[in-house]
Structure formats: structure tokens, C-alpha cells
Write a protein that binds this ligand. Structure first.
Ligand SMILES: [Zn+2]
Length: 308
């Protein structure tokens, strides 16, 4: 399987939206011949869903709201709009549902999950870039929300939506996989290691540094696996697999516990309720599942089900 095929399986990835690209400057939504569907968001990036079911809801365009045109698909134009002054507490009771995407993503279908992730990242970017980082003057939304321009004509800096790359890596030593947990995580939850890319690093430099800093493990080699948009608030997860020759661990303060597991030990620990794998909508789960599938030829969840 190629990296492009692997990425398509990751939640939030592969959103089949025509994103306008170069047309953003000239695009006139009033002349679009299809339906316009506006998502409603809060300034913190949470997206409105239906009262009674896990689905996004469409709202009439509000000319006074801040808005980003997201793109179009099958004759429908999608946008997200929000009032920057709204606070959740100010909404009249009963409070409409604005669930946290982290908890809600798995309930949405793939298209809606991808759309919500994209919309969330854009809303948060706008809210956090209302002032120019060069001169401090207010910035204004331009190009249908895909750019913010400094309002100070002497400055005129253009700001574009930012994405923060982070690596996430499944490290194996022979037939064993490294799993670790942080103290703030839900009880018994384990995952693979991850960390933000720093300026002056290649992705592979970052894999080597993060793994060494957090676990003391020296990476022999690493390979790209797949990627996943991660709008919490503006991440792009870049998945890797890596190998080491030594299981010796020296944990830093970030990790509460780490362990090496064989495929059999992993299945037994999950089946016994002693270990919870990463959440199902994260690339970390996919990395663990692919590690297992490659060695055992069946899916991890199927193997857990077969434990008597
Ligand atoms: Zn400026």
C-alpha cells in the first residue's frame, strides 16, 4: 500500500472538496449556481450539530458574521461562519449542541468529519490572527477567509493559515512495539510517541530527537507512513515507522510509563482491559493497527475479539 492510500484511510484526510485555489481572489459566491451550505461555529472552533443526531447542520448565510468559503463538492458550496463576539455562555437556553470535535468525530461520517476538521482549523486561525505579528495593527479577512491582510498600509503584511507539523512514530525493536502514556491521559490509555517539528529540523531529525528526548531510544532508521490533519488547534500529524536495536528506556518527565509489547502481549493486554489502544480517529491507532496487521495478517480488533 502506498503512502497516499494509507493517508486516505486516516480520519479527516481525503476530503473531496474543490478548494478554489487560485480562484479565491475572483470567486463570487453570489454567482455560484448551486446550494450554499453554511456551518455555524463558535469562535473556539466548535461546530454546531443537530439537536437530536450526530450531524452537522446548515444555516442561512449571515452577512454580518465572519465567514470562510471552504470549497465546493457535487454542486454544493460549503462555508463556515461565526460571530467573533459569541461566547458559549451567552447563548440562550436551551444551549444548542456545539460538541468538541475530539469527542464527536467518530460519530460523523467521513465527509462531515473532514469538513468539520477543516472548518475548525480555519475558525481558530482567524480568531488567533486578528492582529498583525509584524506591526500589531488589526488584520482583515481577505480572499474569502483564506488570507488576513494587515490594515496598516505602511506594513501591508499578508498572513496565511498556518499548519503546525508534528511527527508521530511507531517504534519497533525486533517484534516488539514501544507504547507509552502521559499522566494526564485517560486511565490505561497508551499510544505511540509524538512531538512538534522544530525550526531547523527535517522530519527525520525530529523523529530521532523526539524519541531520544522522551524515551532514550536511539532510532536506527525511520520511514514515512501517512499523514492526518489534526485541527487541535492547527496540527498536521506526520506518521512514521522506525526501528531501534535496543529496548533500553530512559523516560523524560513527559511520559508516565512506557513498555515494549509483542503482538501477542498487546492483544492479551487489550482483551484483559489492562491497556487501551489509541482512540479510533487518530493516526496513532492506525500506526498500531498497521504494525499488528503486518506481523500477524489479521486486524488487531479481530484478534482481540478472538480471545476466549
Ligand atoms: Zn502589519
Amino acid at each position: 500500500m502506498s503512502a497516499s492510500e494509507r493517508s486516505l484511510r486516516n480520519p479527516f484526510a481525503g476530503l473531496p472538496l474543490e478548494r478554489f485555489g487560485e480562484q479565491r481572489e475572483r470567486f463570487d459566491p453570489g454567482r455560484f449556481e448551486g446550494e450554499l451550505r453554511c456551518l455555524l461555529a463558535l469562535p473556539d472552533g466548535r461546530i454546531r450539530t443537530a439537536d437530536d443526531r450526530p450531524q452537522l447542520t446548515w444555516h442561512p448565510p449571515n452577512e454580518r458574521a465572519d465567514r470562510v468559503l471552504l470549497g465546493h463538492f457535487e454542486g454544493v458550496l460549503y462555508a463556515v461562519q461565526w460571530d467573533p463576539a459569541t461566547t458559549p455562555d451567552a447563548l440562550p437556553p436551551p444551549q444548542p449542541p456545539y460538541p468538541d470535535l475530539r469527542a464527536h468525530a467518530q460519530l460523523l461520517d467521513d465527509f462531515q468529519a473532514g469538513l468539520a476538521a477543516y472548518a475548525r482549523a480555519m475558525v481558530i486561525w482567524h480568531q488567533r490572527h486578528r492582529y498583525c505579528g509584524v506591526c500589531g495593527a488589526p488584520t482583515l479577512s481577505q480572499a474569502h477567509g483564506h488570507r488576513r491582510g494587515c490594515s496598516n498600509s505602511a506594513c501591508g503584511t499578508e498572513h496565511f493559515p498556518r499548519v503546525d507539523p508534528a511527527i508521530i512514530v511507531a517504534i519497533s525493536c525486533g517484534e516488539r512495539l514501544l507504547l507509552a502514556r502521559q499522566s494526564g491521559w485517560p486511565e490505561k490509555r497508551y499510544s505511540v510517541l509524538a512531538g512538534f517539528v522544530e525550526p531547523g529540523e527535517s522530519l527525520e531529525d525530529c523523529v530521532r530527537r523526539e524519541v531520544l528526548e522522551e524515551s532514550g531510544v536511539v532510532i536506527r532508521q525511520c520511514d514515512y507512513h501517512s499523514s492526518q490533519p489534526w485541527p487541535f488547534p492547527s496540527g498536521l500529524m506526520l506518521g512514521f515507522t522506525a526501528q531501534t536495536d535496543s529496548e533500553t528506556l530512559v523516560l523524560d518527565d513527559e511520559l508516565e510509563h512506557a513498555l515494549w509489547v509483542s503482538p501477542e502481549e498487546l492483544v492479551a493486554a487489550i482483551a484483559a482491559g489492562e491497556l487501551k489502544p489509541p482512540s479510533g480517529f487518530s493516526i496513532s491507532r492506525r500506526l498500531v493497527e498497521d504494525w499488528y496487521l503486518e506481523r500477524c495478517g489479521i486486524s488487531l480488533s479481530e484478534a482481540v475479539k478472538r480471545v476466549p
